[in-house]
Design a protein around this ligand. Structure first.
Ligand code: ZN
Length: 249
């Protein structure tokens, strides 16, 4: 597969993208989402060819909007402003590519793209992990607003908007930072706390199934994933030491 590397996709992500497409073809996963926020056009094009070669269906839609389960606990006017900013940013990102096997899945893909239904079902990801991922985003926004209030003495939505536009530096306490748990190498979602701690959790089960699929496909392919996962863990450890604590952007 030919693709360029001008965007920040890691070797592991590329291998797992491919594994996910194979899982869709094998009927082990309803759909694969490609291109959300971080893949180059040429990579999407290459993956589309792989999908079509597997006899799969593809559909382009606008980028996925986050499905928030609750509004953050601050001025709704600032929340509305943030949502609008996110919508505009996503519109600039361009299209994402869905790969799926069953045409009946199309309405569910469309509604999850618009944020009106949970994306976990179409992607075959555990609902608990997807829920925790979006909740972490809300908590992060709340922590940013708390920092605006304490460090910059911000009082209302106008102050929050001004600080957000200025990109005012914020410090997020470790407890409020989203926890990405890299315990499962064969999946593309971040495991929730409970799933990360249990070898029989829904996330662990999916990881095992994907690992089995990778080794069925080819032992060399599975070894490549293991190697890329190890490299990623090492790179992440190094990155953390170099620029800790991470700053949100
Ligand atoms: Zn979970």
């Amino acid at each position: 597969m030919q693709f360029d590397r001008e965007r920040k996709a890691s070797d592991l992500e590329i291998l797992i993208d491919y594994l996910e497409v194979v899982a869709v073809a094998a009927g082990e996963k309803p759909a694969h989402l490609q291109g959300q926020g971080m893949r180059s056009k040429s990579f999407n094009h290459a993956l589309r060819k792989v999908a079509e070669a597997h006899g799969l269906l593809v559909m382009q839609t606008g980028p996925l909007l986050p499905r928030l389960l609750r509004a953050p606990e601050y001025d709704p006017r600032f929340f509305e402003w943030e949502r609008q900013r996110d919508r505009e940013a996503r519109a600039r990102e361009g299209q994402v590519l869905w790969v799926y096997r069953d045409r009946d899945l199309e309405p569910a893909i469309r509604s999850s793209t618009e944020g009106s239904t949970d994306v976990s079902e179409v992607l075959g990801y555990p609902a608990c992990c997807v829920r925790e991922y979006f909740e972490a985003g809300v908590r992060m926004s709340e922590a940013i607003v708390r920092c605006y209030q304490t460090r910059y003495d911000a009082k209302n939505a106008d102050d929050f908007i001004r600080l957000a536009k200025e990109n005012a530096p914020v410090t997020i306490p470790p407890a409020d930072r989203p926890q990405i748990r890299y315990v499962y190498s064969y999946v593309q979602f971040s495991a929730c706390r409970e799933c990360a701690e249990s070898p029989t959790s829904p996330a662990a089960e999916i990881n095992w199934a994907m690992k089995r699929l990778a080794s069925r496909l080819s032992p060399a392919f599975q070894r490549a994933i293991e190697k890329a996962a190890k490299a990623e863990v090492a790179a992440r450890r190094e990155g953390r030491q170099r620029n800790s604590p991470p700053q949100p952007t």
